[in-house]
Design a binder for this molecule. Structure first.
Ligand code: NAD
Length: 251
């Protein structure tokens, strides 16, 4: 797969779901992985599990909405592992509400975590990548940015911003050898999805599966495999793309 020798990858939201699987995949590819999450317990658990499987990982705790905490966390990763050349932004929150019921605080928090958090982490990582003349950024967006989400318009708007940010950074940093792509998941079995189902915001798996041409939901590993490909040398001519991994939904 054209693996690079042991680069430093930082995965936000690395403590659960898609981020967790991505930490494992990148470590299996030989990268040193910083598992960033706001939840210290889950970041520590994932880093330990990666180590148990023979990979190199270190937990780092930050809320991506807090710029000072992000800068401190990235500095800690540089001290531990070296310059960050692969960034995966998977930290996200999804809240469901009818548009007229969205409070200003909910609107702001949803944009802060999903979009502004991505902005903070990209600004923190890009200087390392420009210095190296090589970099990979993979943002986890959402299919809600492609088709809209009537019961989560703030989330869809934030993820739409992520797609536009990815395309814009792809143009801005192509001359520096940095590729920037986004993956918009849909129907991936993670704690986030299970919580939405438990709260009645999403239908059960068998109903969701009917909307997926391949007939079943995806796993975090399905997304992680695509992220790891986009982070490889083999994906060097792919940038600015919305890379669908969704069981055949044409969006
Ligand atoms: N599961 C799906 O089907 C699906 C669909 C569309 C988009 N997504 C997106 O994929 C990404 C990963 O979602 P998941 O399903 O793995 O969810 P998840 O809830 O399992 O994992 C999200 C992780 O992000 C962390 N996090 C949340 N807010 C944070 C913050 N402010 N700072 C640092 N860490 C924070 C959480 O602690 C958690 O460990 C999210 O951006 C989500 O919006 C998922």
């Amino acid at each position: 797969m054209g693996w690079l020798d042991e680069q430093v990858a930082l995965v936000t939201g690395g403590g659960s779901g898609i981020g967790e699987a991505t930490c494992h995949h990148l470590a299996e590819g030989g990268h040193r992985v910083a598992v960033l999450d706001r939840d210290p317990e889950s970041a520590g658990r994932v880093a330990k599990a990666v180590g148990h499987d023979g990979g190199q990982a270190s937990p780092v705790v930050a809320d991506v909405t807090d710029r000072a905490a992000v800068d401190a966390a990235f500095a800690e990763v540089r001290r531990t592992f070296g310059p960050i050349e692969i960034l995966v932004t998977s930290a996200g929150v999804c809240r469901f509400a009818a548009f007229e019921d969205i409070t200003v605080d909910d609107w702001q928090r949803t944009l802060d975590v999903n979009l502004t958090g991505t902005f903070h982490c990209c600004q923190a990582a890009i200087p390392d990548m420009t210095a190296a003349g090589w970099g990979r950024i993979v943002m986890i967006s959402s299919s809600s940015a492609q088709r809209g989400a009537g019961r989560a318009p703030h989330y869809a708007a934030a993820k739409g911003g992520v797609v536009a940010l990815a395309k814009s950074l792809a143009l801005a940093y192509a001359p520096h050898g940095i590729t920037v792509n986004n993956i918009p998941p849909s129907g991936i079995e993670t704690p986030m999805q299970h919580e939405a189902q438990a709260d009645g915001h999403l239908p059960p798996n068998d109903v969701m599966a009917k909307a997926i041409p391949l007939g079943h939901l995806g796993t975090p590993s399905d997304i992680a495999a695509a992220v790891t490909f986009l982070a490889s040398d083999d994906a060097g001519f792919i940038t600015g793309q919305t890379f669908g991994v969704n069981g055949g939904q044409v969006l």
